[in-house]
Design a protein around this ligand. Structure first.
Ligand code: IVH
Length: 667
């Protein structure tokens, strides 16, 4: 192919890919299958590698730029990024409407209602249709240049559908379901958890290396057009939203045009009901005057426009007392302070504990033992302390002091420069050893049935198991003398231990709990190195040759196998007959569901969601949180949520638990 033909082909291909992205993200109406889409992307990559000189900055293949930024450059906003006035009750909303109507003619105001998304405000600049710059709000006057990170967001077009120059504004967020999945995978990797979706999104945008943002499920919704040249702008906000969609930008589908205060309240109530079903966190609705000329006449105060207001939802919050602050030592030695709360009913469950994450967090919130605090569920799941009721603080309130030594082993703990976590670095620390045993035996690890937390503690405390290498030397006599352990359960445990020896290497690798090595990395490493001894001796260079293994994971693996204690454990495991190799033939049997994506909804009867997920993954399938055109099957439990309707709309195959079971036996 000559360069001219290639240029023409590339151009067509990019247009086609942009079109399909638009249909998928903005119209929510995909026109081709995943495989077809991936095929187009592959073809693009192939042609671009043959003709590197023809690669353009707006090519869909170039979302992650080659280099990390060295700093966030300041960006002066052409128009300040304002806040919104908040109201918290119908009465306050009525006052706001009355004031607004006083400024302009009464009964002439139409309003647009939009969800108030709890994310990060961004400014997006397109020149002649190309995305050239994106910035944070900053102090409203000057923000920070985060173009490199925004480019990685798949729903943000790198090129508009018209060659206009605009500044649009919107909100970047992480969808709720993706947030839970993100935290689950961080937990498996021994990484600190994000407190809520907003923090996770903020943390992702605050990275110099766009590779980090590219790996996070960021999304964006656009809600205003600040300036435009090249075309006459619409005169109404409602029309503007429509116009932004025509340009290829994603806007919220949950907007409404309302004529008066009453309808505004009805919209608010409707959204409050829908709130839990929205894919993103919303903390209220925003009401904006529809007529843009009118908006201009109404003007602004120093911090907020007079033509818009945020009507905030009431988050269920409860007040309770901090009875104490405990510290917990995790598998990787991180020491996490946890508030022990007077039990309180909150959004459907009893909350007794809330993570306080680290020293800085406690300081920022100024939490002391004995304080009354308001609690709520972040992302509607994880309890968090919102604030301290300072007025109620008694003289007896006691500040928390991070212990200087590990509560488990007594060794001096350290907080490394630049890290928020305080850690215990003693590899023989009992709390860490026990956590490692539990992890080793977990389902995704060696899957040793009957070896849970209470047994792990007993085995360690009785001195029967000092590290996971000792597990395979346990004798029936030793076991049956333990609490709640009869002869039968001892035999069962020995049987599951025996069975676990035959696990393929990837399970063993995950079970060893190497920092940053999750299930996926474990699989990749096992399939590539085939044998633990080869992996054990691999250099950083050999490791990073593998796709998806970056320098961080590689270093962590190297450091792991450089430890004398680790080598000792491996020797014990090998002598006990634990399998150290990946049997590729077995692997192919396990791949019944390879390439298939599942989404789960409702309550499953046969297993927990985590079990279902692991089962599907162990057969090579993938479990996603949200239904999309990429979904192959929806696994339907009882009382399904809104995913069912979405699956029906997209024509996704819906299966029952029994049907899943059948798929698995039909290997
Ligand atoms: S309008 C001048 N619309 O709320 C008008 N803001 O409290 C300002 N936000 O910084 C923005 N959803 O980050 C607008 N539909 C929406 C919004 C929204 C979320 C955020 C935005 C802004 C903050 C103001």
């Amino acid at each position: 192919m000559d360069s001219k033909t290639a240029a023409r082909k590339l151009n067509e291909l990019r247009k086609l890919i942009d079109e399909h992205n638009y249909a998928y993200h903005v119209l929510d109406n995909p026109r081709i299958s995943d495989e077809q889409f991936d095929g187009l992307m592959r073809e693009l990559g192939r042609l671009e590698s043959l003709f590197p000189e023809l690669v353009t900055a707006d090519s869909p293949s170039r979302r992650v730029g080659g280099q990390a930024a060295d700093a966030f450059r300041p960006v002066l906003h052409g128009t300040p990024m304002l806040s919104l006035e908040n109201v918290f009750s119908e009465g306050e909303l009525l006052d706001f409407f009355r004031r607004a109507e006083k400024i302009v003619m009464p009964d002439s105001l139409l309003w647009v209602g939009e969800p108030k998304i709890d994310g990060l405000a961004v400014s997006l600049i397109y020149e002649k249709g190309l995305f050239v710059r994106g910035a944070t709000r900053g102090d409203g006057i000057t923000g920070e240049d985060i173009t490199h990170n925004l480019r990685t967001i798949k729903s943000l077009p790198l090129r508009l559908r018209k060659t206009v120059s605009i500044e649009a504004r919107g909100e970047v967020f992480i969808p709720k379901g993706d947030f839970l999945e993100l935290n689950r995978s961080r937990e498996r990797l021994g990484l600190p958890l994000f407190a809520n979706p907003r923090n996770a999104a903020a943390g992702s945008l605050r990275q110099l290396d766009p590779q980090v943002a590219a790996g996070r499920p960021l999304d964006v919704l656009v809600y205003s057009l600040v300036s435009i040249s090249g075309e006459e702008p619409p005169g109404e906000h409602w029309r503007t939203l429509q116009y932004l969609r025509e340009l290829g930008l994603k806007t919220s589908p949950h907007t409404a045009l309302v004529t008066d205060y009453k309808q505004a309240v009805a919209y608010f109530q409707e959204m409050e009901v829908k709130r839990d079903d929205l894919p993103y966190e919303a903390d209220g609705v925003v009401l904006k005057v529809n007529d843009l000329a009118m908006q201009k006449r109404m003007g602004r105060t120093s911090r907020a426009p007079r033509w818009a207001v945020a009507f905030k939802f009431t988050a269920e919050e409860k007040i309770t007392r901090v009875e104490g602050i405990e510290v917990n030592v995790g598998r990787t030695g991180a020491i996490t302070p946890i508030a022990i709360l007077e039990p309180v009913h909150l959004a459907g469950s009893v909350v007794k504990r809330a993570s306080l994450h680290n020293e800085d967090y406690i300081q920022e919130k100024d939490v002391m033992v004995g304080d009354l605090v308001t609690v709520r569920k972040a992302g509607d799941v994880i309890p968090e302390i919102v604030r301290v009721v300072k007025e109620e603080r008694g003289a007896a309130a006691k500040p928390f002091i991070m212990p200087g030594t590990c509560p488990s082993c007594g060794e001096i703990v350290h907080r490394l420069p630049g890290e928020v976590a305080t850690r215990c670095f003693n590899p023989a620390c009992p709390a860490q050893v026990i956590e490692r045993i539990i992890h080793f035996a977990s389902r995704a690890g060696m899957d040793i049935a009957g070896l849970g937390e209470s047994l792990a503690v007993q085995l360690y405390v009785k001195g029967l198991v000092k590290d996971v290498g000792d597990l395979y030397g346990l004798a029936e006599g030793e076991l049956s003398s333990l609490e709640r352990m009869g002869k039968k359960s001892a035999q069962n445990l020995l049987e599951s231990l025996e069975k676990s020896k035959m696990n393929p290497l990837h399970k063993l690798l995950y079970a060893l709990g190497i920092r940053l090595v999750g299930e996926r990395a474990a699989r990749l490493l096992a399939v590539h190195f085939k044998n633990l001894h080869r992996l054990k001796n691999a250099t950083i260079e050999e490791l990073t040759c593998l796709m998806e293994i970056g320098p961080g994971i590689a270093t962590s693996i190297r450091e792991f196998f450089d430890q004398e204690t680790v080598l000792g454990i491996l020797e014990k495991l090998e002598n006990a007959g634990v399998n150290f190799s990946e049997d590729t033939e077995r692997d192919s049997i396990d791949n019944t569901l390879l390439g298939k994506t599942f989404v789960l909804t409702g309550t499953l009867q046969g297993y927990s969601r985590q079990e279902a997920k692991e089962l599907i993954e162990s057969m090579g399938g993938r479990v996603a949180t949200n239904i999309s055109k990429k979904t192959d099957f929806l696994l339907l439990g009882e009382n399904p949520g809104s995913k069912l309707k979405k699956a029906e709309d997209l024509g996704v195959t819906i299966i029952s638990e029994d049907e899943l079971a059948e798929m698995l036996v039909q290997k």
